[in-house]
Design a protein around this ligand. Structure first.
Ligand SMILES: [Zn+2]
Length: 76
């Protein structure tokens, strides 16, 4: 049996139940994401990852960082 890979995360805002999705790449802290990726990292890419990580933590509607999270795995 093949282990399914988490491809993204579904987050549900605890304040207004808004659902949004976060790519696996933006789930961990930028430092970890950078260490996991291959090749040279430019300052621009590090900056973009940091911004994406911060944005991914907030509800796109109300800006709350309180949410429930569910793993979304690849289809078999
Ligand atoms: Zn919200």
């Amino acid at each position: 049996m093949k282990t399914k890979v988490v491809i993204e995360y579904e987050r549900t805002c605890r304040r207004d139940n808004t659902v949004w999705y976060v790519p696996q790449e933006f789930h961990d802290k930028p430092k970890d994401a950078i260490m996991m990726s291959r090749g040279g990292e430019t300052a621009a890419r590090k900056g973009a990852l940091t911004v994406a990580w911060i944005e991914a933590r907030r509800c796109p509607i109300c800006g709350s960082i309180s949410f429930d999270e569910r793993e979304v795995k690849e289809a078999s």
